[in-house]
Write a protein that binds this ligand. Structure first.
Ligand code: DQA
Length: 150
């Protein structure tokens, strides 16, 4: 049987990881994280489709695409976390397993980052563990999907 696909979606400025505020976001590049996610997804029995965009509408399109063809999704919406009703609506319309992820602990940061408008539409949120959070999210998605199929 073909491995189930999971989408791992990354929002604006996450293409700059490694160079961007490494004291907050860590030294790993997005390519490093993609490599680690591919390995973690493979070990969990998934195929990861890993993407990044700086554009809100593209992220909305990808959430809709994930709903049509993936078993679940992990999304780090970047700054759209705090602003995007469009992403909230896209996530709400998606019936697949969904995890929101942040490298940093947004509750320990500036007040404007402490509210996620998108988190209401996902099964759970992982934050504050840096790049390791992506691996935790893959494992959490596996557990969510096992529960859904039980
Ligand atoms: C982030 C937190 C957001 O506030 C910020 O705009 C990002 C990254 C994180 O992963 O910690 O771009 O989503």
């Amino acid at each position: 049987m073909a491995a189930k696909t999971i989408f791992i979606l990354n929002g604006p400025n996450l293409n700059l990881l490694g160079a961007r505020e490494p004291e907050i976001y860590g030294a790993d590049t997005l390519a490093d994280i993609e490599t680690a996610c591919d390995a973690a997804a493979g070990a969990a029995g998934f195929a990861a489709d890993f993407r990044q965009s700086n554009t809100e509408g593209t992220l909305v399109d990808w959430v809709q695409e994930a709903n049509a063809k993936a078993a679940g999704l992990i999304i780090n919406p970047g700054a759209y976390t705090h602003t995007s009703i469009a992403l909230l609506d896209a996530l709400t319309a998606a019936n697949i397993a969904k995890i929101e992820l942040h490298l940093s602990n947004i509750h320990a940061r500036e007040e404007f980052r402490q509210r996620s408008v998108t988190a209401a539409a996902v099964d759970g949120v992982i934050m504050g563990f840096g790049a390791a959070g992506y691996i935790l999210a893959v494992e959490a998605l596996k557990s969510l999907l096992q529960k859904r199929s039980a």
